[in-house]
Design a protein around this ligand. Structure first.
Ligand SMILES: Cc1ncc(COP(=O)(O)O)c(C=O)c1O
Length: 273
């Protein structure tokens, strides 16, 4: 199975193996074998890696943990074409990017590509623990009822919650509000003109702010002031607010962020204009 460098696919033994980052391959060896990692956005490298023994390509449409890294649409379309040509399953890991996070129900829908299999979790439960994978016709008969399960799998409370989430998130007006709030956030952050900010990127309510300083220090300062952020990759601050966040709450969080970064001389303060 091919996955991408800098990817993140989870913390079970096989998804750790699927993750294309060496730092996740230290503590839990031996790992499941059979993965190879290729550079993102490089169709030639992908073509070369797709030897006849490859069964699947597993991709996050936007790498979350790895740094809020985008894949070019030409790359995603080319990857889809290669998979069809070589009879390789195209799997999108939408655990982080799915269920409305980027302003479409699934992020792959922004790119006009169609996976054979898609995974979902986090947002699907709206706080309750649930994960799911879905497949198209090609794989529909591979697993039958009862051939895969877990102790708490399919529990009625989490499923009732997930059904409610799916109903609400698939409303086009809700998805539009996610896109609009994301644009608003990124405009606000760009408008702060912070010297330590190298790039603001994202889609919907998934935003990465690449900075020159240490993201961990910023995160700790923001946390003390009441704003929870995540790191991503080595130098990116990740904003993944609830999709239901209001503009007033966004303003409050962005205000904390701006104050912290402006106060924080370690990160250079603001650009003088
Ligand atoms: C893209 C992606 N896939 C899968 C996972 C699942 O991880 P875990 O095994 O920790 O639930 C995550 C969690 O952060 C993720 O971001």
């Amino acid at each position: 199975m091919i996955t991408l460098k800098n990817s993140f696919h989870g913390r079970t033994i096989t998804t750790l193996a699927a993750t294309g980052q060496d730092r996740f391959h230290i503590d839990f060896a031996p790992y499941t074998e059979g993965f190879k990692y290729v550079a993102s956005n490089d169709l030639d490298a992908l073509r070369e890696a797709m030897t006849p023994d490859v069964c699947a390509l597993l991709i996050e449409p936007i790498q979350g943990e790895g740094g809020v890294n985008f894949l070019r649409s030409a790359y995603l379309r080319g990857a889809e074409e290669l998979c069809r040509e070589r009879d390789v399953a195209l799997i999108f890991d939408e655990v982080q990017t799915g269920i409305g996070r980027t302003g479409q129900f699934f992020t792959y829908q922004h790119y006009g590509v169609e996976p054979d299999i898609v995974t979902a979790a986090k947002g699907l439960g709206g706080g309750l623990p649930i994960g799911a994978f879905m497949c198209g016709e090609k794989f529909a008969l591979v697993l039958g009822p009862g051939s895969h399960g877990s102790t708490f799998g399919g529990n009625p409370i989490a499923c009732a919650g997930a059904l409610e989430v799916v109903g609400r998130v698939s409303d086009p007006a809700f998805l539009r509000s996610v896109r609009e709030k994301g644009e608003y956030m990124r405009c606000r952050i760009t408008g702060m003109k912070l010297a330590c900010v190298r790039e603001v990127r994202g889609l919907g309510l998934m935003t990465g702010v690449e900075i020159t300083g240490d993201p961990h220090a910023v995160i700790q300062d923001c946390c003390k002031a009441g704003l929870l952020l995540l790191t991503a990759g080595t130098n990116v601050l990740r904003f993944l607010p609830p999709l239901t966040i209001s503009y007033a709450e966004l303003d409050e969080g962005l205000g904390i962020f701006e104050n912290q970064l402006k106060q924080d001389t370690r990160n250079g303060g603001t650009v003088a204009f």
